[in-house]
Design a protein. Structure first.
Length: 399
């Protein structure tokens, strides 16, 4: 195949940034690659801008530095430098070909052959490149696959998966966002056969891909396919229910990956969080979504205030998304939760001390008793009423 453009995009948005245009003035032979090309063709906003160049990384860095652009040598061994631009960083990677792979890492050699570089990419829709004039180069049928909603490996699926087992999860990530056509038999076989090797992946990489899969507008078909092929059980051995995720999405719940994970997970959330090394914030939120009282449409305002006294509105609302059903009653419940101010118990320990009780354990006991009274009353008693109840409690203790 000759290096002839397959099509041309007029004024591609990804290349309209003035700082990026200046960068391409210094690297006229460079092309946009990866997700930015795919998203431009799909009419989506590109999250990241990556370039590829036939020039060695040292030459790229020298040109940019001479023009006053800050350059970070993020991966010289693999040919990558990062240009720090006002609109955000841009990675520039020298064209490469694989010399050796082991399922996790690759040894590469630099090349000036655009097709050879495209051949080492995972999927045809990721093997596209675009020149600054909008000319799109397609060596493996990525344009047609993108139009058809087909996620297809470049070359033999089993070979590509064996080069890097993370490609199994990457397949489901792209299938969730771009897939529409069913995968072919060779792809399904390669994904299924790689399941035992997924244990070789780092926890961080697995969790990162799960987050991306669950961040898709509708990941239901992708997760269902993961379940059918045994991939879901391999990466979530604690237990997962793909049907529960489907119900959550059908209710119109937000496209929140942690909320979706809480609905999907059936096993111990603490064990899941520890195994995949979730941040403390993500671990705590996941555990909170999987435990604690769940609001119901029949709850009155007092019951909801009692719930919100110990649970923030967002968590209570998310529990309602997970446990609820579709329909006006649950929609109304979530609206009610959002409209209620979170009640705050108006007394502290110093208020009890001010009533004459000596420091010590009884202060906490009185405070807890008054708070229980405040909760029972629907969390509406003000500070004065709570102080009067505290006085009654103290007097009762003294008799």
């Amino acid at each position: 195949m000759t290096d002839t453009p397959a099509c041309r995009i007029a004024s591609p948005p990804a290349l309209s940034e003035p700082a990026l245009a200046a960068l391409l003035d210094l690297l006229p032979e460079a092309r946009l690659v990866g997700g930015a090309v795919r998203d431009a063709l799909a009419g989506r906003t590109a999250a990241d801008i990556d370039l590829a160049s036939p020039l060695p990384p040292e030459t790229v860095a020298s040109r940019l530095t001479s023009a006053g652009i800050k350059v970070v040598p993020t991966g010289l061994a693999h040919g990558t430098v990062t240009a720090v631009l006002p609109g955000g960083p841009v990675e520039i990677t020298t064209l490469r070909r694989d010399v050796e792979t082991d399922g996790r890492h690759a040894v590469v050699a630099f090349t000036s052959d655009w097709r050879a570089d495209a051949a080492r990419r995972d999927f045809t829709i990721n093997a596209l490149s675009m020149a600054r004039d909008g000319a799109v180069f397609d060596y493996f049928g990525g344009l047609e696959d993108l139009r058809a909603g087909r996620v297809r490996f470049v070359g033999d699926p089993a070979t590509r998966v064996a080069e890097d087992f993370l490609r199994v999860l990457r397949f489901f990530r792209f299938f969730a966002r771009y897939g529409g056509a069913a995968p072919d038999a060779a792809t399904l076989a390669a994904l299924r056969e790689a399941v035992p090797s997924l244990t070789s992946l780092s926890a961080e990489r697995v969790w990162g891909e799960l987050v991306r899969i669950l961040s898709a507008p509708d990941p239901v078909a992708s997760v269902a396919l993961m379940d059918r092929l045994g991939v879901l059980a391999a990466v979530v051995p604690e237990g997962a229910d793909a049907a529960a995720l489907a119900r959550l999405v059908a209710r119109g719940a937000p496209a929140d990956p942690l909320l979706r994970m809480a609905a999907l997970l059936t096993g111990d959330p603490q064990a899941f969080a520890a195994r995949l090394k979730l941040s403390l914030a993500d671990r705590d939120r996941l555990m909170a979504l999987r435990s604690g009282p769940v609001p119901r449409p029949e709850d009155d305002a007092a019951a909801l205030r009692r719930l919100l006294a110990d649970t923030d509105v967002a968590t209570a609302t998310d529990r309602a998304w997970i446990a609820g059903e579709s329909g006006a009653a649950w929609d109304s419940l979530r609206a009610r939760l959002r409209s209620l101010p979170r009640p705050v118990f108006p007394l502290e320990g110093r208020d009890i001390l001010a009533l004459g009780l000596a420091p010590g354990p009884p202060v906490g006991e009185v405070l807890r008793a008054v708070r229980a009274w405040w909760l029972a009353g629907g969390c509406v008693a003000d500070a004065d009423a709570c102080r009067r109840e505290a006085e009654r409690s103290i007097h009762g203790r003294s008799r």
